[in-house]
Design a protein around this ligand. Sequence first.
Ligand SMILES: O=C(O)C(=O)C[C@]1(C(=O)O)C=C[C@@H](O)C=C1
Length: 362
Amino acid sequence: MSVDNDDLAALRQRIDGIDDQILELVSERARLAEEVARAKARRGEALKVYRPEREAEILRRLTEHNRGPLTREQVTVLFREVMSACRALQQPLTVAFLGPQGTFTEEAASKHFGHDAGMSPQATIGGVFREVESGAAHYGVVPVENSSEGVVSHTLDRFLDSELAIVGEVELRIHHALASHAGGLTSIDRVYSHQQGLSQCRAWLETHLPQAERHPVSSTAEAARLAALEPSAAAIASEAAAERYGVPLLQERIEDYHGNTTRFLVLGYQSPPPSGHDKTSLVVSSANRSGLLFQLLEPLARNGIDMTRIESRPARQRGVWEYVFFIDILGHAEDESLRGPLAEMRERASLFRILGSYPRAI
Ligand SMILES: O=C(O)C(=O)C[C@]1(C(=O)O)C=C[C@@H](O)C=C1
């Protein structure tokens, strides 16, 4: 054996030793998680297996301690999977998401809950809400906004007639690929995607596929399924969806904006306690008079509360030209700094509902 081979064998032997230690430690951690489940049962909290604030705290601590060479993202993925397995030992969770399989929402749900959660694809955003409302799923994941295309209004509207709370958020970098059996761009006569996919790649399409018809469909995964059936069609979808439906990639990363990111909400019946890095989502409205919005927001401005988003939507049941405002602010509703301003807002509003306080996306 050469010296090089000796080196390699020695290094692999050390890796084997470390893997044995990791296995030993991960097993010990899993046994402790089982003990945590028994402790929760003794306190009458058996059903509260998933603790978003605790998971966020663990991930924050570990990424702060991380000295490399693994990146923050890699450490987060590893430990999310460890927690996912430990959670599944306590109770298998079912997570409804906007399907079908292969959507970006599925990717967001897996990113957040890991691969040991049971995933239940739903055809519509309303379907995801219904699955959680009926108890068929423990949690739901739906898209709420995209950095280049703005709000997913159907998600916001659905909160107006649902008791569900927001228990978490997930941010996912969205990379679109063009997938087709056509072999080359010039043979493509139609492009399928979700409306958001078509919009997020508008400039690319105008430059590279001006001749092709755009066909919006229910999801990017459905687009990949259709492109698999029609040789002269292409799909704008994730690489994972193209692979799932066996459609070759013609071009990767065709999104117009490099930082293209979608934010998803995790829905459930739970109010996570403060984690130290939280966000609060509210829906507010008031009688339609001048200065309404200023009046509602003034307590936030006066107390230096950061507002990260505001959307207005027609109030529907409340009357024509009446609006509700969906507002996100930094902090937890139980934080001392937020209690006063929120109480003042509540007094000024005719509709005031906290949709949830939850750990900020990691
Ligand atoms: O600390 C808890 O409450 C646990 O159940 C343990 C644990 C973990 O694996 O660390 C698992 C699930 C929860 O979502 C949070 C953390």
